[in-house]
Design a protein around this ligand. Structure first.
Ligand code: FAD
Ligand code: NAP
Ligand code: HEM
Length: 388
């Protein structure tokens, strides 16, 4: 680096970390540069910092960069930033690549990583990386990281088994009980049970058994996966590492009663919920159905079914605990999956709660027993036959 470049770097440098002076700057080979401080640039920068690289951002406005820039990174002008690293990630939309043309000399011999994606297929005659190469002929252009979203870079990889199975199971279980609730409200609204439900509701009600059994399958996978977590190498490695570091640093850790309560409560509710879930599955076997009266079957499937939904929902609420109120949970201002999946079961349970309040329950029971609102004044031609 020339002396002039060094002074340029110093004048444009904005240290965002108070520790920056104390932390020795990584050697050039371990420094990487990211052009662009947008969503992708910042997410990538954060990951690179976490991986131990020094990160220098190249920005149009190094002095007015946002407070969202990861701690420990430097923000310089493009020219100065490009001098600090051999590897440069171009986290800028292709439409703005022309800002690189005046930098062509400084970028000679550097490796430029083109991250860009276009909005449409065949939007431009040549590939973005080819276009970049034509603008900066002296650089080595490579394409990469464009299939990773900024969101997933920030959040880290999600363990599909760990999160998808329980979420799908809870949503499917709610979808099993939603049509029943809708049917009840429809009957209440119409004041009779002698009118056919709309086709879509009819079909939905007919596939509840399949929905329920699939939901049980996903719950089973969730439980199985939860049980094998402690024997995973990664988990054992982390636990041992933590124990060793506590001993090495001669630290004492307190037993956290709240965490213990939280863990025990949500696990107990999950176990109870799963027990009832299995019971629903067993009572749907034809050989078992044949031994049950209609009342027994309907008590298990309807009453205990709703209780299963309540327990599984409470299990998930308790799993979230006070994280619902913590702003750090809402990365990118969006709630995590386990919060979103609570919307549907909560709605179903609230509607069911309305239906079992004494005054509504009395009316719906009378309707099911054959009572019709305004039956005396109704023209018999108005009623729709149940069997078309
Ligand atoms: C693991 C598992 C297995 C399952 N297996 C089965 C299965 O084998 N078979 C199955 O059907 N479902 C099965 N289900 C789905 C679900 O448990 C049942 O459909 C359950 O009965 C739904 O209860 P509900 O109260 O929502 O609906 P329902 O009891 O069907 O009631 C829905 C609405 O229909 C109307 N209604 C009910 N009874 C009457 C009546 N006598 N006269 C007039 N109207 C009436 C009312 O408006 C009522 O609110 C299963 C679910 C799971 C999770
Ligand atoms: N977002 C994703 O999930 C994602 C995933 C894969 C690939 N990508 C690719 O990554 C690139 C950046 O995406 P992004 O989502 O981070 O976009 P973005 O949030 O709009 O950020 C782009 C950044 O480019 C810089 N910039 C804007 N106009 C410029 C100009 N005229 N000249 C020079 N620099 C300019 C700005 O940084 P300064 O203000 O600091 O100059 C801006 O913050 C795109 O090519 C995109 O296709 C994005
Ligand atoms: C034996 C029974 C059960 C046990 C031991 C159990 C255990 C657990 C554990 C340990 C977690 C936290 C997982 C993590 O850290 O990511 C969890 C989360 C969760 N469980 Fe269960 N569970 C059980 C049953 C159920 C059932 C029946 C359902 C309902 C369908 C369910 C729904 C959920 C949901 C939605 C989450 C949040 C998932 C996430 O986003 O991380 N669980 N459960």
């Amino acid at each position: 680096m020339t002396g002039q470049e060094r002074s340029e770097e110093k004048s444009e440098c904005v240290s965002l970390s108070p520790m920056m002076e104390a932390v020795p700057a990584p050697p050039e080979s371990e420094r990487v540069c990211v052009f662009g401080t947008g969503d992708m640039g910042r997410s990538l920068g954060l990951r690179l910092l976490q991986a131990g690289y020094g990160v220098v951002f190249g920005s149009r406005r190094p002095h007015s960069s946002s407070s969202l820039i990861p701690h420990g990174a430097q923000v310089l002008g493009h020219a100065a930033a490009s001098q600090s690293a051999h590897l440069i990630f171009i986290a800028v939309q292709r439409e703005h690549y022309d800002f690189l043309v005046p930098l062509a000399n400084q970028l000679k011999g550097k490796v430029l990583v083109d991250l860009s994606n276009n909005l449409r297929k065949n939007q431009y005659p040549e590939a973005n990386a080819e276009y970049l190469q034509s603008l900066v002929p002296g650089a080595e252009v490579v394409k990469g990281f464009n299939t990773l979203s900024a969101w997933s870079l920030q959040n880290g990889p999600s363990d599909a088994n760990r999160q998808v199975c329980p979420i799908v199971s809870l949503i499917m279980l709610s979808l099993c009980y939603l049509p029943g609730v809708l049917a009840s409200f429809l009957q209440l609204y119409r004041g009779t049970k002698y009118r056919r439900f709309p086709d879509w509701l009819d079909r939905w009600m007919l596939c509840r058994k399949q929905l329920g059994l699939l939901a049980l399958g996903f719950a089973f996978l969730h439980v199985l996966y939860t049980l094998i977590i402690p024997i995973r190498y990664y988990v054992r490695f982390k636990a041992t590492e933590r124990t060793v570091s506590v001993i090495r640093e001669n630290r004492t850790t307190q037993f956290d009663t709240t965490t213990a309560w939280r863990g025990d409560s949500y696990l107990s509710l999950g176990i109870l919920g799963f027990g009832l879930y299995v019971l629903l599955g067993i009572t749907s076997l034809p050989s078992v159905i044949n031994t049950l009266s209609w009342r027994e079957f309907s008590f298990i499937q309807s009453k205990l079914g709703h209780l299963t939904l309540l327990l599984c929902t409470a299990h998930t609420y308790l799993y979230g605990w006070n994280r619902f109120l913590s702003s750090s949970t809402y990365k990118w201002y969006t709630p995590p999956g386990y919060m979103l999946c609570l919307v549907l079961p909560s709605v179903v349970l609230l509607l069911k709660l309305l239906l079992i309040t004494p005054c509504v329950d009395r009316t719906i029971t009378r309707i099911r027993q054959g009572w019709e609102r305004g039956a005396d004044q109704r023209n018999p031609k108005d009623s729709q036959p149940l069997i078309p």
